[in-house]
Design a protein around this ligand. Structure first.
Ligand SMILES: Cc1cc2nc3c(=O)[nH]c(=O)nc-3n(C[C@H](O)[C@H](O)[C@H](O)COP(=O)(O)OP(=O)(O)OC[C@H]3O[C@@H](n4cnc5c(N)ncnc54)[C@H](O)[C@@H]3O)c2cc1C
Length: 315
């Protein structure tokens, strides 16, 4: 569990945009008592549990419905005013600070459960419900929401800050009929470059085998565009195990961290088993042999990758 940090070492400068008076009047007219400009309310919404301080937002709107959210955003858009959603205010890294001014949109009153779908193991909620409110409401269903970031955070806030610890893996598989006959990963590289241009920065990329020079180009691209990216893993696309092992040998660039391969391991033996050509034990042995061959191929390719690094450093 993270703990709020102590003293600030660097207090940044803030340049808050001026808030048009007409905007504040329009908010007051639309939201009445659901809108507050009281200093205490603004100050409470203009900080989180972190150490950095900023001047508060100009107003706080307490949304009670989707329509409220839509109307607040429409008004803010018309007047070019920033909007900062507010869940439970438990974030630690300055997420709630009005660094450019604007208003706080408090969603804590939107805390209803819309449906519980026990069969699908899903529940549909409004964003302001906190994890404890959710657990309280579903306790009789036999289910619970286990993710606990330490504070009684809202589901909207936890989603926005990825408090669950989930990471985004983006799988890139260009359709075969769009590829040039001699494509050896160039289309994937182009797609990844385009995703970066669009501002997408997943923690992981998942791509098929490529030529060595394209893995190296991916390594350089990731280092340039997103040094926080965790790397790439290789997918199988039902290729035979031997072919994949050859592919691993090309994938020596440091960006490659592993493989996530399924069908190449089990699909062939499973088909034979379904046709009664293999018994249970033979199925298990065939799947295990495929998996072992992949691991051996991967291990061998890593030894080569380490040699590449040592030779590169010595040169
Ligand atoms: C003692 C303590 C321990 C903690 N430990 C952990 C930990 O171990 N792991 C961890 O991940 N976090 C931890 N946290 C941080 C905090 O609990 C999480 O960041 C939490 O996810 C924030 O949720 P919130 O509802 O309080 O959001 P807020 O703090 O209100 O908002 C956080 C951000 O999400 C945005 N946001 C809020 N609601 C919405 C919405 N509906 N739609 C779009 N954007 C929205 C806000 O604008 C803001 O940028 C800890 C906090 C405390 C106080």
């Amino acid at each position: 569990m993270n703990a709020p940090v102590a003293p600030v070492r660097l207090q940044p400068d803030f340049a808050q945009r001026p808030i048009p008076e007409a905007f504040l009047q329009a908010l007051a007219q639309r939201f009445g008592a659901q809108c507050s400009t009281a200093l205490a309310v603004r100050e409470q919404h203009g900080r989180d549990e972190g150490a950095i301080q900023a001047p508060p937002p100009a107003a706080v709107v307490f949304a009670e419905s989707t329509q409220d959210v839509q109307d607040a955003l429409k008004l803010a858009d018309q007047h070019a005013v920033p909007v900062i959603p507010y869940g439970a205010g438990s974030s630690l890294e300055g997420h709630l600070l009005a660094v450019e001014g604007g208003i706080s949109l408090d969603l804590s009153r939107m805390n209803r459960i819309l449906s519980v779908n026990a069969e699908d193991l899903t529940v549909t909620v409004q964003p302001g419900i906190t994890r404890k409110q959710l657990n309280d409401a579903i306790k009789d269903t036999g289910f619970f929401f286990p993710i606990d970031p330490g504070a009684d955070a809202s589901i909207g806030g936890m989603t926005a800050t990825r408090a669950s610890g989930h990471e985004l893996l983006l799988e890139v598989i260009p359709p075969k009929d769009t590829l040039a006959p001699d494509d050896r990963g160039e289309a994937v590289l182009r797609a990844i470059r385009h995703f970066y241009d669009l501002g997408l920065k997943p923690e992981w990329w998942k791509v098929g085998t490529m030529a060595r020079e394209n893995w190296e180009a991916l390594d350089a691209l990731v280092n340039e565009r997103d040094p926080w990216c965790r790397g790439a893993v290789i997918l199988g696309l039902s290729q035979p195990v031997e072919q994949l092992v050859q592919g691993f040998a090309q994938a020596r660039a440091p960006v490659v961290k592993g493989f996530m391969i399924g069908r190449s391991v089990w699909a062939g033996p499973a088909l034979q088993w379904l046709r009664n050509e293999l018994d249970d034990a033979a199925l298990r042995d065939a799947v295990a042999a495929n998996f072992r061959a992949l691991i051996a191929g991967w291990d061998a390719s890593r030894v080569d990758a380490r040699q590449d690094t040592t030779e590169g450093a010595a040169a």
